[in-house]
Write a protein that binds this ligand. Structure first.
Ligand code: 3PG
Length: 305
């Protein structure tokens, strides 16, 4: 059996070494395609492999079409909006993610981004403190829970909106559940986004919610750029000189936002939420183990299609 790791944004070496060990100890062969610039290289590399590990790499129907022997693809990470699930399913290919494995790295970045924005992106001038401010967690999953925990350490008052999580489970964490998304935005000085990018959520965060936020509010996006309605974000930030936006991955309108809003806006040059050695190792090794378990015994835990 051949296992391909195809990563435009490579894993740390320790993660690749760990993946290799797991794959080879199972008697399989590991292949590596890193930092590819031409998608044709991806198509060629996938041609005869049985299993595939990717990060945010786009597994399109063309990739699936080129992968004649593919049985399983694992997205080493949480969001699987980069996988064409319909194409996988049509070919009987199992698609998985590795939930929770890189969550702490993303949560720490979200917390760091709040500090960065509260301190005027480290430019001179009077900043503000997080202590006593209200933080809204939009989607209380693996990352959201960790952001809540860190924020309580800062002395923030933490709220959450998540229609898929029991209010009691949120309350048990010392977090206040809110019944509507509108309440979350109208209550909180900071809102940290942790929703996946789906047909329902794409462009769902726009003027209606942003204009409800309290004075000096900041939206923190370590989720996906696609969930923001960027034209409406621009409108809200133009109308309100106090609103801030920080994003892990450049929005389509990065240049405009940077030019118009200065220290009220920041975006990382390349998505870096999961860019820690620990997250690479956790997610990469989990992906390798899931592949070995599936190929050896048919274990489909964490299948998403
Ligand atoms: C995820 O969904 O797990 C994160 O966005 C990490 O993505 P990455 O593996 O491309 O850094």
């Amino acid at each position: 059996m051949k296992v391909l790791v195809a990563t435009d944004k490579p894993f740390a070496k320790a993660a690749v070494d760990g993946i290799r060990k797991i794959v080879e100890e199972a008697g399989f062969e590991l292949r590596l395609l890193e930092k590819y610039t031409d998608v044709n290289d991806f198509h060629a590399a996938v041609a005869d492999v049985d299993a595939l590990i990717v990060r945010s790499d786009k597994v399109t129907k063309e990739v699936i079409g080129a992968a004649k022997n593919l049985k399983i693809v694992v997205r080493a990470g949480a969001g699987y909006d980069n996988l064409d699930l319909a194409a996988c399913t049509a070919r009987g290919i199992v698609a998985m993610n590795t939930p929770g494995q890189n969550s702490n790295a993303v949560a720490e970045l979200a917390a760091g981004m709040m500090v960065y924005m509260a301190r005027n992106t480290f430019h001179s001038g009077t900043g503000s403190e997080l202590k006593g401010k209200k933080l809204g967690i939009h989607a209380y999953g693996n990352v959201g829970r960790l952001v809540a925990r860190i924020a309580k350490g800062f002395g923030m008052d933490v709220y959450a909106f998540d229609p898929f999580v029991n209010a009691a489970d949120i309350t048990n964490d010392g977090v206040k559940p809110l019944a509507t998304v509108e309440e979350l935005y109208s209550t909180c000085h900071y809102v940290s986004l942790h929703i996946p990018a789906t047909e329902k959520t794409k462009q769902s965060i726009g003027y209606n919610l942003l204009s409800k936020m309290p004075k000096g509010a900041c939206l923190v996006n370590t989720a996906r750029k696609e969930v923001i309605h960027e034209d409406e974000l621009l409108r809200a930030m133009e109308e309100r000189a106090d609103l801030k936006y920080v994003s892990d991955i450049a929005p389509d309108n990065h240049a405009v936002l940077q030019e118009k809003f200065g220290t009220r806006y920041f975006s990382t040059p390349k998505k870096m939420g999961a860019e820690t050695a620990e997250a690479n190792i956790n997610a990469g090794l989990a992906a390798a183990r899931q592949i070995v378990r599936f190929l050896q015994s048919g274990d489909k835990t964490f299948q998403v299609n």
